[in-house]
Design a protein around this ligand. Structure first.
Ligand SMILES: Cc1cc2nc3c(=O)[nH]c(=O)nc-3n(C[C@H](O)[C@H](O)[C@H](O)COP(=O)(O)OP(=O)(O)OC[C@H]3O[C@@H](n4cnc5c(N)ncnc54)[C@H](O)[C@@H]3O)c2cc1C
Ligand SMILES: O=C(O)CCC(=O)C(=O)O
Length: 337
């Protein structure tokens, strides 16, 4: 046997990151990336792409810190290299502001981003409804550039790409020795996970090149993220809402909320409106199991359910998934690594 046949299902930021990690680290495996949709038609494509996260309830904080750190350091290195414009990864500085002083003044990643500090009274003055704020520099990833850039990197590492929908893992059992499931919300049907659910998010992309700093309300519903080509303003977090069309009421509401934080947005031209369904789950599923497919016991590594933080932790969870793939290979006596 010359190599183990690995398939990665899903070409959003999680699937592409995972596919790149596997193809670059395990050159003797033949890796196929298989997905129903590719950039620009994935959920990842419309994300603001800011590296920022809230904690998941049941994952040890040390593991979450590792996911954040590995991803942040990976993106920071790109942002500070000549690849930054092609990959669409940049540094982004700004403020998170709170109407009430939060119980936890420093998020678990406060020492992993750059220059995290409490805002001064002078900085807070322009936000009269807010009592407390955090200033920091993080990274921002424009997935409409980053995903094609990752796909190119995957192809250069010898990966193959195939576009089709997979109706069940059974359909893959004959053609592959190891399955890596990065199908996001698709995992609800693909692996019958009832714990995966959509959280609808609507954003507007506006033209406002004079804005250079992000502003995020600590309630997580209102944010303004300046990017390379446009400013993303949002948003909504509507649980179990599968509607993919733009809601005019949401648009008006977003413009009103963001305009209150940044009055100059009233002058900004709307370039596009977008809706995505966050692949949410109580905790992301990054684990392995064996599944009986066509009479064969096939190892499956899962990496999905990142909710609203998929861009932020994709690279870190991809490295974990790579570790799980290595464990599966060790259990295959015929595999050459
Ligand atoms: C409005 C909004 C703003 C956001 N902003 C941010 C942000 O600033 N920072 C951040 O970290 N995150 C953000 N997110 C969250 C982020 O977008 C998601 O966490 C991330 O996109 C999830 O990536 P994914 O690869 O798991 O899923 P997806 O991008 O949805 O990709 C899933 C892939 O699986 C494929 N697939 C599914 N089922 C099948 C099947 N049966 N057969 C074949 N292929 C299949 C799909 O075609 C697709 O290629 C935001 C989300 C929204 C909605
Ligand atoms: O929450 C944020 O501030 C970033 C955008 C995001 O992650 C989201 O809308 O899911």
């Amino acid at each position: 046997m010359t190599g183990v046949r690995v398939v990665v299902v899903g070409a959003g930021v999680v699937g592409l990151s995972t596919a790149v990690c596997i193809a670059e680290s395990l050159p003797l495996c033949s890796v196929t990336l298989l997905a129903e949709t590719f950039s620009p038609d994935t959920t990842s494509d419309g994300a603001a792409g800011i590296a920022f996260a809230a904690p998941f309830p049941d994952i040890p904080l040390e593991r979450q810190r590792r996911w954040f750190k590995d991803s942040f350091d990976h993106l920071l290195a790109i942002a500070q290299s000549q690849h930054s414009p092609d990959a669409g990864v940049i540094l982004s500085s700004g403020w998170q502001i709170f109407k009430e002083v939060p119980a936890t003044k420093e998020p678990y990643w406060s020492d992993l981003v750059i220059g995290f500090r409490a805002m001064t009274d002078r900085e807070l003055k322009r936000f009269p409804d807010h009592k407390f704020g955090q200033a920091f520099t993080t990274v921002k990833c424009e997935c409409s550039s980053y995903l094609p850039w990752l796909e190119e990197r995957f192809r250069k590492a010898g990966g193959r790409v195939e576009q089709r929908r997979v109706s069940s893992l059974q359909a893959l059992g004959n053609s592959f020795d190891l399955i890596v499931n990065c199908s996001g919300l698709g995992s609800k049907a693909l692996v019958g996970d009832a714990g995966v659910y959509p959280v609808r998010g609507q954003v507007l992309k506006v033209e406002a090149p004079w804005l250079t700093h992000f502003i995020r309300d600590g309630d997580g519903k209102t944010y303004i993220y300046p990017g390379i080509h446009s400013v993303t303003i949002g948003g909504t977090r509507q649980e179990e809402d599968w509607r993919l069309h733009v809601d005019r009421g949401d648009t008006a509401n977003i413009r009103e909320r963001c305009g209150r934080l940044e009055p100059s947005l009233k002058k900004a031209k709307v370039l596009a409106e977008w809706v995505g369904l966050r692949p949410s789950r109580r905790n992301p599923r990054v684990e392995r199991e064996r599944v009986l497919l066509q009479g064969r016991s096939v190892p499956v590594v899962h990496n999905y359910g990142h909710g609203g933080w998929g861009v932020t932790i994709a690279w870190g969870t991809a490295l974990d998934a790579l570790g799980l793939v290595r464990q599966c290979l060790k259990e295959m006596p015929q595999a050459k690594l």
